[in-house]
Design a protein around this ligand. Structure first.
Ligand code: NDP
Length: 309
């Protein structure tokens, strides 16, 4: 099988080595040195340039090397008519769950407050509620949202999720669509956004949404920066509608040094580090996918470009 590997990362050589270690029979061609494009069966890519797919008339799979396909769909509104799959790596989901657990504990156990006290050498203890008294609202119950829900439930948090379609199998209350959003927000103290970025979810974390949360809530955004309207967040922190925010993703990355988010006392910024891809485990997922393609079996983690995720 002949595959093209294209990334914008400086780890392309390491990815190639890992692919060949796990599947020595693969013919891995690193973009742009791909030989005859008509020979290519599959493309493994991240932020592909506009001409990447040119001449690939026998292409059978576009496999994204990350969980979100928003960048690909935005840059390539007319993709070749072949299946598009995204990366669903249980190790990545676990890492994301750890990040959201830290954020939840940070706000629940008031480590943000203790950090501010630390700066003043101030010795003062604060009561905190039991986890069962904290409503955690997870937006998105996909590969990552499900892992987050599972972990937080184990610790006794009062978790609910918000999705696009009903999830009768879920072990937590699930609120669906526009109609379900007000009730979901009203019972949420810690809001965790794990939605894909689509036309429906862009700028969803805005003033209108914050006003439906209980006063003094917290926001965690580990999905995409474009979900959040930053001026509305700053206003909600100012009025006390929101008590704090932990943000991993930004519309412009790296987050410019001039951004007020870096210096805001109630905002905790991390550099898109919640779920850094592990090339070893991600490659195992991708090789399994390429084997399915070889055997003509149904492919996993397919994206519906019309739906946007
Ligand atoms: P999935 O596609 O598995 O899940 C998406 C979930 O969002 C589904 O439950 C879906 O609902 C729900 N959803 C989609 N659109 C809407 C909508 N309009 N209204 C309500 N719910 C909606 O995605 P993953 O869990 O794998 O990943 C989520 C996102 O996390 C990725 O797209 C990526 O942007 C981000 N991410 C960030 C990382 C980081 O390092 N910060 C790392 C990895 C991912 P339904 O179930 O009904 O379809």
């Amino acid at each position: 099988m002949r595959v093209v590997l294209q990334t914008t990362w400086n780890t392309t050589a390491a990815w190639r080595a890992e692919l060949l270690r796990q599947a020595p029979d693969l013919d891995v061609r690193v973009w742009p040195e791909i030989g005859d494009p008509a020979e290519i069966d599959a493309v493994l890519c991240w932020q592909p340039p506009p001409d990447l797919f040119a001449g690939m008339r026998n292409l059978r799979l576009i496999q994204i090397l990350g969980a979100g396909v928003d960048g690909l769909l935005r840059a390539h509104p007319r993709l070749p008519p072949v299946p598009v799959a995204r990366l669903v790596d249980p190790v990545m989901s676990q890492r994301m769950a750890e990040y959201c657990l830290y954020a939840t504990l940070r706000f629940h156990r008031q480590f943000d407050l203790y950090e501010r006290q630390l700066a003043q050498a101030k010795w003062e203890r604060h009561q905190h509620p039991d986890p069962a008294e904290i409503g955690v609202g997870v937006m998105g119950l996909g590969a990552i949202g499900s892992a987050v829900v599972r972990l937080l439930r184990q610790l006794g948090y009062n978790v609910a999720a918000w999705t696009r379609s009903p999830h009768p199998e879920a072990e937590v209350p699930v609120f669906v669509g526009e109609e379900g959003l007000p009730a979901f927000l009203a019972r949420t103290r810690i809001l965790i956004c794990l939605l894909p970025l689509t036309p429906e979810t862009a700028s969803i974390l805005d003033r209108r949404l914050f006003e439906q949360l209980p006063r003094g809530s917290w926001l965690v955004n580990a999905a995409r920066g474009e979900h959040l309207v930053v001026p509305h967040l700053l206003a909600a922190l100012e009025t006390g509608r929101l008590e704090g925010a932990m943000l991993d993703v930004f519309a412009h990355e790296p987050l410019p040094k001039s951004s007020p988010l870096w210096r805001h006392p109630k905002v905790f910024v991390t550099p898109h580090a919640a779920g850094i891809t592990n090339p070893r485990t991600a490659t195992a997922v991708i090789v399994a996918q390429l084997r399915r393609l070889e055997r003509g079996e149904p492919l996993a983690h397919l994206v519906d470009p019309a739906r946007g995720y």
